[in-house]
Ligand binder design. Structure first.
Ligand SMILES: [Zn+2]
Length: 230
């Protein structure tokens, strides 16, 4: 059973859970969309901060299943386009503007978080699509929680150097020289900086929850599929 978001707005958004596999679910979703003349976007994730607007012009001449190189986020206002990404501890960021009818999805691991992919997602919606931040709803989805995301000092230092304010989201770990980072809190804070205050933070920690695939827990190559479509 998927965890669903934005259901009250009548759009399709969510994330799959165990035993579903992202590759199987994505193939099913792509088939269904193809039959209806729609498109499915698969970003080739690199833990970067590239967020692409999916426009009619971009789709021209492309097949219904589209892979985008070096991409960790997408935004669109097209009703026939499904945005997808895969997750196994990294956090899915969902965004929806019910006024402008614009959706966004991004993949935020620690690298994407520290380099501000939430900010790039917000700015793409605001600058490229003219969304008013006060209209935008966001979800910081299931991912590894502060309870389990232990990092070494160099990672913690990178966060403090790039975003000094995120000190509030970093705790000393139980082990010497280790730190616990609240990636979900930092992403929600980034949204807030751009005026997006209507954010739901998922309580699900993928490392602890057996309904989630977790790379850190057992090194699995299986992933959960995050998706959003108008
Ligand atoms: Zn946890």
């Amino acid at each position: 059973m998927d965890i669903r978001y934005f259901e009250e707005y009548g759009i399709t958004a969510g994330i799959t859970q165990v035993p579903d596999r992202s590759d199987v679910r994505r193939a099913e979703m792509a088939e269904e969309l193809k039959a209806r003349g729609g498109y499915l976007i698969r970003p080739c994730l690199t833990h970067g901060v590239n967020v692409y607007p999916i426009t009619r012009q971009f789709l021209e001449g492309k097949p219904s299943y589209i892979e985008i190189e070096d991409c960790d986020g997408m935004v669109t206002d097209l009703p026939d386009v499904a945005l997808t990404s895969t997750h196994g501890d990294c956090i899915p960021l969902y965004a929806y503007d019910p006024v402008k009818k614009v959706i966004g999805l991004a993949h935020a691991g620690w690298r994407g978080t520290v380099n501000g992919i939430a900010a790039v997602l917000a700015l793409t919606m605001i600058k490229t699509y003219g969304c008013d931040p006060s209209d935008i709803r966001t979800v910081v989805g299931p991912g590894i929680g502060c309870c389990c995301f232990e990092v070494s000092e160099d990672v913690a230092r990178e966060f403090i150097e790039k975003m000094p304010w995120c000190e509030d989201y970093i705790d000393e770990g139980a082990k010497e020289g280790k730190y616990m980072i609240d990636l979900k809190g930092i992403n929600a804070e980034l949204f807030k900086m751009f005026g997006i205050t209507n954010t739901e933070i998922s309580p699900v920690c993928t490392y602890e929850d057996e309904n989630c695939w977790s790379y850190r827990r057992n090194g699995t190559d299986k992933r959960m599929l995050a998706y959003i479509k108008l």
